[in-house]
Design a protein around this ligand. Structure first.
Ligand SMILES: Cc1cc2nc3c(=O)[nH]c(=O)nc-3n(C[C@H](O)[C@H](O)[C@H](O)COP(=O)(O)OP(=O)(O)OC[C@H]3O[C@@H](n4cnc5c(N)ncnc54)[C@H](O)[C@@H]3O)c2cc1C
Length: 333
């Protein structure tokens, strides 16, 4: 039997200190809905758990300032149900309400959601003698390449990894140019979400721009009028309680009936939440109709690379994005 220590600090400073004292094998835990899962599967084997679920003020939600602020410890359910978020930024609320199940959203935090790991079945098989996986065991190989790749990514892949970034909320945050607030042994910093998620390249085990001992303390989202014309569309194998096969976060700032600025990100199809500046450029200055929406959808996947069983994601993804653009633009499909 392996021993496991557990502490529950009450503020950020104590948590960072506890992490440093615990040393190798330390992990922060919030709602535990990802981490306990991975421990049961043998993928994560922490020796010390530092519970940050109840850090002072970590669940603060503030929509009254210049930016929207979500404390990392805020529950997914509480942000999804926040009245201002639902009214002015439906893309954010919908990305959360379409994720997981109500029970999970009542437990899981918006900070933990950012850091959840891939659902690639080869990664999640942590048993002894498991399939090779460069993300789980660097240098061991990738069984998904040439294997069962129906769920794998078609954008941002490398020869070392094709695992999909699973979260919905990070896709919506990417479209809305969010910033991630971090506190660590060297102080506080804030980075754009585009820099928070790393491409797999040769080092797929490195997924986030976060250093040992750092805590995500909050997420800031710049306020924009485009929030009101926004939506998150998620297509999956079954209607609820499933990860995305393809998803799209779209927010539109209009000038008359023409798009002044589009904010577009796609999910379920890429190795990280995927901003599509290509799709945004297609829509710029155009009216929203089926033709422009589909042209934007196709542009987002122009550089997609499919394996043996996941080529369908390119068409599903393009059409999912087109449908989301039509909805955000107030057009019937
Ligand atoms: C059956 C099932 C279905 C799901 N379906 C979906 C879905 O459709 N869409 C979706 O988006 N998600 C889905 N999820 C994932 C779920 O949303 C995440 O498990 C949850 O958001 C993680 O939050 P948590 O607070 O429980 O994180 P934890 O499990 O506590 O932590 C997750 C990881 O983040 C780290 N961590 C947590 N908080 C911080 C912090 N503040 N700073 C630094 N590190 C931190 C932990 O060390 C750990 O590595 C599903 C999960 C399950 C089990």
């Amino acid at each position: 039997m392996r021993s496991l220590s557990y502490v529950r600090p009450s503020n950020i400073g104590e948590a960072i200190e506890a992490f440093a004292v615990a040393g190798e094998g330390a992990r922060y835990i919030a709602g535990g809905t990802t981490l306990y899962d991975l421990m049961k599967l043998g993928v994560e084997r922490p020796a010390h758990l530092i519970d940050i679920a109840s850090l002072e003020g970590s669940d603060r939600i503030d929509t009254s300032g210049e930016v929207l602020f979500f404390g990392a410890g805020a529950l997914m359910a509480d942000v999804a149900e926040n009245e201002v978020v639902r009214r002015d930024y439906p893309v954010l609320a919908e990305s959360l309400s379409k994720a997981a199940s109500q029970q999970l959203r009542n437990m899981a935090t918006v900070g933990g959601n950012l850091l959840q790991r891939t659902r690639c079945p080869y990664f999640r098989n942590g048993a002894i003698g498991a399939y090779p996986c460069n993300k789980r065991a660097p240098g061991s190989g990738c069984a998904a390449i040439g294997g069962l790749d129906r769920g794998q990514a078609v954008l941002g892949i490398s020869d070392a990894c094709t695992a999909v970034s699973p979260g919905d909320w990070p896709v919506a945050l990417t479209a809305m140019d969010a910033w991630i607030e971090l506190h660590g042994p060297d102080g506080a910093r804030s980075i754009p979400i585009a820099e928070f998620y790393l491409l797999p390249g040769e080092t797929p085990h490195r997924e986030f721009s976060i250093v040992a001992g750092e805590i995500v303390t909050g997420i800031s989202v710049p306020k924009t009028e485009a929030g009101r014309r926004s939506t998150y569309l998620k297509v999956r194998d079954r209607e609820s309680y499933a990860f995305a096969l393809a998803s799209a976060a779209v927010a539109l700032a209009m000038e008359g009936d023409r798009v002044r600025q589009a904010h577009i990100a796609i999910g379920g199809v890429a190795t990280r939440p995927w901003r599509s500046h290509e799709a945004e450029a297609v829509l710029s200055g155009r009216a929203i109709d089926r033709q422009s929406a589909l042209a934007a959808g196709r542009a987002a996947f122009a550089n997609a690379q499919a394996g043996a069983h996941n080529a369908f994601k390119i068409e599903v993804g393009a059409r999912t994005l087109a449908d989301a653009i039509m909805t955000a633009g107030g057009k019937t499909q």
